[in-house]
Design a protein around this ligand. Structure first.
Ligand code: ADP
Length: 494
């Protein structure tokens, strides 16, 4: 833990923030910080397993329930104290506990002789609405790369081993996104395996990262092969991405030069027109893993659960970084808007996300995609969050031609006698996905007929049998067009 965060916590206490919530599972590291800032103030601990314990020895004291423990400080003579409550998150929905916490908190603020600060240290962040205004969240930041270097060197000294200097550098990079506690655990594991820290241990770290993703249950790593050449048209978007990839692939150098870390882009627009395809191509172009966040899974049943999920998902992405974090159908989270409860949850949920986007310096490049922006709150589309917002429309003539050719080539069926120009008039209003379906079906029929080559007429007659999305989803698409008129977006196509 660096001095900055110790000072920050200390300043919260001085500013009479009555309840400080520390989401972490490294309880020991937090104990150390607390001792550093306590300045002689007595610390009292209650933990979910043992109840009231001696903070120093962790031996059980009198058997109190959490309610009894809190009451001690309200009615007793202990006017100056730090209360550490560990892993008590599931008591936080108990109205009695809420009321006691609230009373202590208010007394701390209003009573000049009463100086009792509450620290809730927990692996889970659950904030009841009733206490929301009294709670300050203290995030223990992940160690920076230079702090990680220090941890590794410290570890090597303690174990009396030497680690090659360029391996230390490599390790410190791949251990980014882990807490100090996790870093020490991984180093220990590597050391236990072979009595040394070696090159092969870098893959151990990657395995640990995969574990983190699996455990989160919110994010999946996608395997895909689509790259930027598989996108027909959308040349504004492609050109922009190529520039960002140059920065992303030489990030350290770019930052030193004064360039800002790319944050990400939002792609809104018509269904089946290459939004998902672009997300995949981005990861390929940037040469990093693609993580997909399932917005539906974020929304939890319990108070505070959704925010906690969002926080965890972001932590996972940071642990895996550099990576592309694809938030698919981001509007799903807002579609419940209007119903008061879900509105509150999603506002807070995405408040956290937007702040993170705004302040983000990590190499997580966000690609948010949406078919329906009418639900998205305006702050989403404000500058400073995403580097750019692109609008993907139905492909124009030129683009349809290139999409037709792409999909024919992909299936080995392209030849110069196919007159794509002749197909353009008939495919007005077709999405990329519609065109792909036409090509697939034409090829299937040609196979059944044992046709030697594909003819323009085969494709034409298939087109005549198809109903494109712009027709079947007309109302939805008209609505989207209306909503788009109100915002400032860049067209993905030139
Ligand atoms: P969405 O915009 O709804 O995310 P997708 O990107 O998933 O649509 O498109 C579905 C499929 O349609 C893609 O996998 C691709 O095969 C085809 N497609 C859509 N747009 C394009 C395009 N611009 N170029 C090439 N293929 C496209």
């Amino acid at each position: 833990m660096n001095n900055n965060s110790v000072n920050k916590l200390s300043s919260y206490v001085e500013a009479l923030r009555p309840i400080i919530y520390i989401p972490t599972f490294d309880f020991e590291a937090f104990d150390d910080i607390l001792v550093q800032i306590s300045d002689g103030i007595e610390i009292y601990e209650f933990n979910d397993g043992l109840g009231y314990v001696n903070f120093k020895t962790k031996q059980s004291e009198t058997a109190y329930s959490l309610e009894e423990f809190l009451t001690l400080f309200l009615s007793g003579d202990k006017q100056t104290a730090f209360l550490v409550l560990k892993d008590i998150h599931h008591h936080l929905n108990n109205p009695k506990v809420q009321s006691l916490l609230k009373s202590i908190a208010l007394k701390n603020i209003y009573d000049d002789d009463f100086y009792v600060t509450i620290f809730i240290v927990s692996t889970k962040l659950i904030i009841p609405v009733e206490l929301e205004k009294l709670i300050t969240i203290f995030e223990t930041p992940y160690p920076t790369q230079s702090e990680i270097l220090e941890i590794i060197n410290e570890f090597a000294k303690e174990m009396q081993i030497s680690i090659r200097e360029n391996l230390v550098d490599e390790l410190s990079l791949s251990l980014k996104g882990f807490s100090e506690f996790e870093i020490t655990q991984i180093l220990n594991l590597a050391y236990q395996n072979s009595g040394a820290i070696e090159k092969k241990d870098v893959s151990l770290i990657l395995d640990e990262k995969k574990q983190i993703i699996k455990k989160s249950g919110l994010i999946e790593i996608l395997s895909f092969k689509e790259n930027i050449e598989d996108i027909g048209g959308l040349d504004n978007l492609k050109g922009w991405l190529i520039n960002k990839s140059i920065i992303f692939n030489r990030l350290d150098e770019a930052i030193k030069y004064g360039v800002e870390t790319p944050k990400g882009m939002m792609i809104v627009g018509m269904p089946g027109c290459g939004k998902s395809l672009s997300a995949k191509a981005t990861a390929n172009l940037f040469n990093v893993p693609l993580l997909r966040l399932d917005v539906g899974k974020l929304l939890g049943k319990y108070i505070g659960e959704s925010e906690e999920n969002m926080r965890r998902a972001i932590n996972v992405a940071e642990a895996i970084s550099p990576c592309v974090l694809w938030i698919d159908e981001i509007e799903k989270a807002f579609s419940g808007i209007g119903k008061s409860t879900s509105h509150e949850v999603t506002t807070r949920l995405f408040g956290y996300f937007l702040t993170w986007m705004q302040e983000k310096t990590s190499s997580v490049f966000v690609v948010a995609t949406s078919n329906d922006i009418s639900y998205l709150p305006p702050e989403f589309l404000r500058r400073g969050r995403f580097d750019e917002i692109f609008f993907v429309d139905f492909p124009n003539d030129e683009e349809r031609r290139s999409i037709l050719e792409l999909h024919l080539k992909k299936r080995g069926k392209w030849h110069k006698d196919i007159d794509t120009i002749k197909l353009l008039k008939e495919t007005k209003g077709y999405s990329g996905a519609d065109i792909e379906a036409v090509i697939k079906d034409t090829i299937e029929k040609a196979f059944i007929k044992n046709a030697e080559i594909l003819k323009t007429e085969d494709i034409l007659s298939e087109i005549k049998e198809t109903k494109p999305m712009s027709v079947s989803l007309k109302d939805k698409i008209d609505g989207l067009k209306e909503a788009l008129k109100k915002i400032d977006v860049k067209r993905a196509s030139s």
